[in-house]
Design a protein around this ligand. Structure first.
Ligand code: IMP
Length: 412
């Protein structure tokens, strides 16, 4: 699970954790997610298929996913061109994201004017509106259309014609065509997970977005339209909570946010530009420059509680290297326990920082040594940083990202 505002490096973390797994599952979000993962000299940017599938070679998309069929086929083609066949199971209960949703996303952002959320414009909010208003169209509805006399698709269409007077036959036909293409992959995701687990296999649930973008627990209204906390792995895939034995929270060594909304530790200084340049901090879905700030222990403590995090995967310790000093926000001045609820209160908080010495650059040579020798070869100042994170969050850091590749991980 991502512990910040998304883009923590979950793609790479999941690909690492999914080694030896029999299945990797996506259960929330939609093509608003952009998971980048590098394997050897190949780099993939995936939007619907979980990035862990590059390791497990088996992917499932649960009913909690907002399904963009065009994006799904693009991902599948990208993966199969380089890696050969992968197993794919798509839940028939997943709600479809349509072109109309993308148009509505754009219109709603324009209407919000100065209060724009900065959505990815992938139609997620409007698809969620229809899902929860019980006007949504699911994959199974479109596949079943010919079978039922008053099919959900037709009912849905007539409702939409009434509401918006703009549902055209052409796109419904296009949708049927896409649905035909996915027919061979449709299956019972919960059942597939259960089979994998009962045969002793490992299943990885790969969260999309980040905890602070959760519809209930995040910085509302600057959030996405999914649950992005660990409990959603269960509801979004169709398996009980007891099937989940371990929660790994992914946190970047600094914080980024793409889109609008409060960001207490945001930096407006050349350090932000430097980190953005080094880390290639541009949105994987929209290409927008990411906002950059220091690590925020107040925000992360809240995220650890929401997710019942067992261990942390701390990414990008290499990107943060080579600075004279780094800062970590330990508390917000005058704010007691808990995380401020409103946008205005969050905009007012004053972060109190601990400044620590930076560590020497982690380049190819040191990375090579780290792969051979492990945690002990990490510069002393970087180890101190990792230990401060553990102390502040009360959760062990088990994995440390030291480069973009799947193998660029040190275990502590
Ligand atoms: P939406 O999910 O496209 O509706 O966008 C809502 C907010 O979530 C915006 O601030 C987006 O930038 C942000 N967001 C959505 N998906 C991601 C992601 O995968 N990474 C980072 N931010 C995201």
């Amino acid at each position: 699970m991502g512990l910040q505002w998304g883009d923590e490096g979950k793609g790479k973390a999941s690909a690492y954790i999914s080694r030896g797994a029999g299945l990797t599952v996506r259960f929330n979000g939609g093509a608003n997610a952009g998971h980048t993962v590098s394997v050897g000299d190949k780099s993939f940017s995936l939007h619907m298929i979980p990035a862990g599938a590059v390791s497990s070679r088996a992917a499932a998309l649960g009913p909690g996913v907002y399904l963009d069929l065009e994006a799904l086929f693009r991902d599948l083609e990208q993966l199969e061109q380089s890696l050969g066949r992968i197993e794919l199971v798509v839940s028939p209960r997943a709600h479809l994201v349509l072109d109309l949703h993308k148009e509505l996303d754009k219109s709603l952002e324009l209407l919000r004017s100065g209060e724009r959320i900065g959505t990815t414009l992938r139609g997620i909010g409007p698809a969620a509106m229809h899902k929860y208003a019980r006007l949504g169209l699911r994959l199974c509805d479109i596949l079943e259309e010919d079978a039922a006399s008053l099919s959900a698709a037709r009912l849905w269409r007539s409702l939409w014609v009434g509401l918006l007077s703009r549902v055209e036959e052409a796109w419904l036909n296009r949708l049927r065509e896409l649905a035909e293409g996915v027919k061979g992959f449709v299956g019972d995701v919960g059942g597939r997970i259960e089979r994998e687990l009962s045969s002793g296999g490992k299943v990885v649930f790969e969260g999309a977005q980040g905890t602070m973008l959760d519809i209930d627990h995040g910085t509302y209204p600057y959030v996405t339209s999914s649950h992005t906390v660990a409990a959603s792995a269960s509801t979004g895939s169709g398996i009980g909570i007891k099937a989940i034995s371990r929660v790994i929270g992914v946190a970047k060594s600094y914080t980024t946010r793409v889109g609008a909304g409060p960001f207490p530790t945001e930096l407006h200084s050349p350090i932000a530009d430097e980190l953005r340049r080094r880390g290639g901090e541009y949105g994987a879905t929209t290409g927008r420059p990411r906002r950059i700030g220091w690590l925020d222990a107040v925000q992360l403590r809240y995220a650890c509680r929401l997710n019942s995090v067992d261990e942390i995967f701390l990414t990008r310790v290499d990107t943060l290297s080579g600075l004279p000093a780094v800062k970590v926000c330990l508390r917000y001045d005058g704010v007691g326990e808990g995380f401020p609820e409103t946008v205005s209160s969050l905009r007012r908080v004053m972060p109190i920082y601990r400044e620590m010495p930076g560590w020497p650059p982690i380049g190819d040579e040191l990375r090579e040594r780290l792969r051979r020798e492990g945690y002990g070869a990490l510069p002393r100042e970087a180890r101190r940083f990792v230990e401060l994170v553990e102390e502040e969050l009360g959760v062990p850091v088990r994995y440390i990202g030291i480069g973009p590749g799947v193998e660029d991980v040190v275990e502590k």
